[in-house]
Structures are given as C-alpha cells and as structure tokens.
Design a protein around this ligand. Sequence first.
Ligand SMILES: Cc1cc2nc3c(=O)[nH]c(=O)nc-3n(C[C@H](O)[C@H](O)[C@H](O)COP(=O)(O)OP(=O)(O)OC[C@H]3O[C@@H](n4cnc5c(N)ncnc54)[C@H](O)[C@@H]3O)c2cc1C
Length: 368
Amino acid sequence: MPEKIDCAVIGAGVIGLAIARELALAGREVVILEAEEAIGTHTSSRNSEVIHAGIFYAPGTLKARLCVEGKQRMYRYCAERGITHQRITKIIVATVDAQVAELGKYMRQAEVNGVDDLQMLSRGELQQMEPEVAAVAGFLSPSTGTVDSHALMLSYLGDAENRGASLALNSRVESGRMTGDGILLNVGGKEPMTVVCNTVINAAGLYAQDVSRRIEGVPAATIPPTFYAIGHYYTLTGQSPFGRHVYPIARADWHGVHVTVDLGGRCKFGPDFEWIDRVDYRFDESREAHFYAAIRHYYPGLKDGALQPGYTGIRPKIGGPSKLVTDFVIQSERDHGAKGLIALYGIESPGLTSSLAIGAYVRELLAH
Ligand SMILES: Cc1cc2nc3c(=O)[nH]c(=O)nc-3n(C[C@H](O)[C@H](O)[C@H](O)COP(=O)(O)OP(=O)(O)OC[C@H]3O[C@@H](n4cnc5c(N)ncnc54)[C@H](O)[C@@H]3O)c2cc1C
C-alpha cells in the first residue's frame, strides 16, 4: 500500500521551500521531495541574489504583483530572522541620449506597479554617486537590495521543519498519476517509494514541465513548452569600483550585462542571455569579448584582463525566441483540471524576490 501524505512539494529550490514553509505554517503536513543530495543546487544558487524593486515587469502581470509584494515581505523577513541582506540600491542608466525616453517609460511603469520611490538623476548626480559609470542620465531605485540566498533557503526550510515538515533528499519524482484517492507519485533515488498525496506542488524549476508530463492525468495541452536561456557571469578581481548595482538600459527581455555588488563588496557582471537546448551549466569562455565590449559602454575604465569567468545560471523559459512569454505561470485545478495539483512554470527572475509572495499566493489558490 502506498503511503498516504497530505502535501508533497516537488523541488527544494527557493520556491518549493517558500511554499513548503507557507503550507506548514498553515498547518498542512508537508513532505519536500528533492532529486539532488542538497537543497537549492540549481537556479536558486545560480542567480544574482538581487532583491528586485519591481520596475521591469508589465503592470498587471504576476511578476509585477508578486515581486513588489515579495520584496516587502523579504525585507521584513530578513530583518526578523537576521538573514544577511543589504538595501544596496540600484541605478538604471542610459548611456546614449536615444535611451533617455526609456528611463521615463520604466519610471512610469514602476509607479503603476507600486514602486513609488524612484528618483531621477542628472548627469552630475550620477557622476557624484558612481564616478566610474559613464552615463547621460539615470534613476535611482532605493528599494533594490541583495540577499544571501542560501541563508534564506535554510531559514525557509527551518520554519517548515519546525512546523513538522520533512525533507527527503535524493528523492526524484519519476512518474505519477491521478487516482480517486489523490495524486500518486513514484519516487526514485536511494530509497524508492510510492506516495499518494492530497496536494502536490510541482516546483521543479527547469524540470517542471517534465514532471507534469510524467503525471498521467495532467492534460498535455496545459503544459507549456520548455525553453532554456543560459546567462554567464564574469567577476571582477578586487573590490567593486561601484557602490550599488548598475543596470544599463538594454533589450526588453533581459537587462544586458549589468553589475551586481555582492554582500562581500565584490562585483560581478551579467548574466548575458543565450538560448540553449538542454540544461548544461558549462561556462563558454568565448563570451569574454562580448562582455568587455558591453561593459565598456558604461564602465570605460575596465582594464584588459580584469574579468574572470564566474558561473552560469539557466532561465526556465516557457516561450522561445519566436514567442516570448515573460510572466510566471502558476496553475491550479481550475487551469488543468487535475485535482490537488499546483504547477509552477517559468519561475525565472524575479522568483527569488517573489518567493514569500509566491508561497502566500499558492496557499490562497489551495484555499479556493
Ligand atoms: C541567471 C539568473 C539570475 C537570476 N537572478 C535573480 C535575482 O537577482 N533576483 C531574483 O529575484 N531572481 C533571480 N533569478 C530567478 C531565481 O533564481 C529563480 O526564480 C528561482 O531560483 C527559482 O527557484 P525554483 O525553486 O523554482 O527552481 P530551482 O532552484 O531550480 O529548484 C528546483 C528544484 O527542483 C528539483 N527537481 C527537479 N526535478 C525534480 C524531480 N523530478 N523530483 C524532485 N526534485 C526535482 C531540482 O533539483 C531543484 O532543486 C535569476 C535566475 C537566473 C537564471
């Protein structure tokens, strides 16, 4: 007889852990099933660790709403729990006159999203704030920050475990099916098991579509296509010449080769953006020339040889180059008809920032 459990969360990245925490706090019995031998080894540890303000997302989207709400929750939570974080702020800059109109567009969009603290900066103010940055205009986002993502995940896990949740590592969900008694999951790994669950949360990140496809009874038409886009980070040797994150205006679907300053006061450049056809984190060092050229648009003082290959992260995309889909997709029974299943797709940036808000959103979906 398969073991009966109340609620299984598939995936112990920041999203699965935030949802597990929220459901455990709501009194649910939660088991987190994680394929790898540790938590957060995929996208949740391969990102910029930025607490985003909520500027770049179209009004009315889940990203806009959950980012702004998530940011507020995140600052409160980190302060309460002593999780290392910093309101380091960010400047968004135009490097040529033709981009100045875009600054205004982003400021208006941010305001609609509820980000009402942006400050326009003149060339002189920018120069004073960030002498190494070459820009014609810009604005400051005071609520942008940085968080220690691993400490955050450990804290979510700790909260969940304190309310009785358990974490099963090396527990890959291989397949499943809808039954009259709940959702049956076949779990592989070192100690294979079969469980039947009242509720299943598919928070498998890059593999979320694959997991849904393996659960018989989830209509294929409701599962978005899978696309991946890799981003490379280069680090700068020595202390950061910038006091805050610096984002040059770039293409609509990514922020270009921007700078983020980490909690140790060092900085990294990236991520860039390239479509790939499988999950492969290898670093492509041929990107270097592109990085030098892109960075020198706003940081002309970058010296030859100063960049070191850092790491890569992969965006879980649900639309490809010909049909960009830019919002999170969070489906409940109403969307796919599979009773008890919540499936999260395309949880790319700002997923880390939004994690607490996504947890609350999922709890509400389950309550209705
Ligand atoms: C390059 C990059 C930069 C980013 N920068 C930021 C940023 O600065 N700020 C921000 O807010 N957001 C950022 N993000 C987004 C953020 O990192 C993600 O939204 C978030 O980490 C997604 O978490 P997740 O839990 O959904 O996925 P993951 O962290 O990938 O976790 C999914 C988990 O599911 C597990 N899993 C997969 N298949 C199975 C299975 N069959 N059975 C059991 N377990 C399984 C995996 O092993 C993994 O642990 C960035 C993303 C990228 C790619």
